[in-house]
Design a binder for this molecule. Sequence first.
Ligand SMILES: *Cc1c(COP(=O)(O)O)cnc(C)c1O
Length: 386
Amino acid sequence: MNTKELDKEYVAGTYKRFPVEIVSGKGSVVCDPDGKQYIDMGSGIGVTAFGIADDQWKAAVTEQLGKVQHMSNLYYTQPCAVLAKMLCEKTGMSKVFFSNSGAEANECAIKVGRKYASDKYGAGRSTVITLENSFHGRTLTTLAATGQEHYHELFQPLTPGFVSVPANDFAALEKAAREYNAAAVMVECIQGEGGVIPLEADYVKAVREFTEKNDMIMIVDEVQTGNGRTGQLYSYMNFGIVPDVVSTAKGLGGGLPLGATLISDKCKNVLGFGDHGSTFGGNPVSCAGAVSILGRIDDALLASVREKSAWLVKTFTGAPGIESISGMGFMLGLKTTKPAGDVVAKCMENGVLCLTAKDKVRLLPALNIPMDVLEKAADIIKAACV
Ligand SMILES: *Cc1c(COP(=O)(O)O)cnc(C)c1O
């Protein structure tokens, strides 16, 4: 059996895969078994921040792989400690908990929010307010946090203590937070899976002011938006706020599994010995890769993401078959006249891999995609929209 047949036979049928197998790649170009090349405008859903088999990342990872690939968190390892310092210095946060995925980073964030409230206010203050159309992960708790009913239906009962309210409706959030005596509020500044929809800036500010005033923990889910994706290191930096807790994953490890929950000074002592843990969390190989990634997401790279993004937006604005463009930086959504799935299929045929998000074509290219490659991809995408 070939790969596709083996996969269909033996891998759990949770993914509706595109009819393409990828065997190799370099940077923003990947290759199928017949040698057909594709420009990767999805970067593994925002994971391969510097593309496929990036030389610096690969060197950092293989060097660590030759030293020690895993130690229990009962011992110290350098990459984990160094990465935590980098994350704190770049964000002003005080502590980092490492895990292996976005859902786990969110689980930790929720635990911090709830424990902060119970330490300070006792029982009865545990509800987390989230937004409708959000996406926070696939575990039973992060599904409960996800404000999209269709993800919930088949898996009841979910973890209790989550209430979702419409985005950009501050009055609704305030009402729910008071009614349920909320411990925390959790948002994506740009809803990713929900369709690449940024929150309104005034709303984000109002939520931050409200949570601060009422001593509720504001969690920002930066799993998709983080690590340079939106043209700032973290998307909240576009909104002029500083959350209490930030969760991130996807792009952080550059392609290896790594989640991180960044904890501000206010909450830095909430988690103590035994309160949380992960066997693989902070894995030295993943962390060594992340140190290489994060060290290169500097002001110059972020400026180039913003510039290339502005070029993309200009190219797509008013193009035939493209009705509107949403998002920030290298997290863009195209509302197309044709169904998004048809556009993505046409792009694939012509050598460009794109994603969808709800009814949009979603683009999450590598942060270092060269301009000539981006131009070529944009031409193919435009042609596919007509
Ligand atoms: C992808 C994603 C998650 C889940 O991350 P996993 O690594 O798949 O667990 C959570 N939140 C957001 C905003 C995401 O985009």
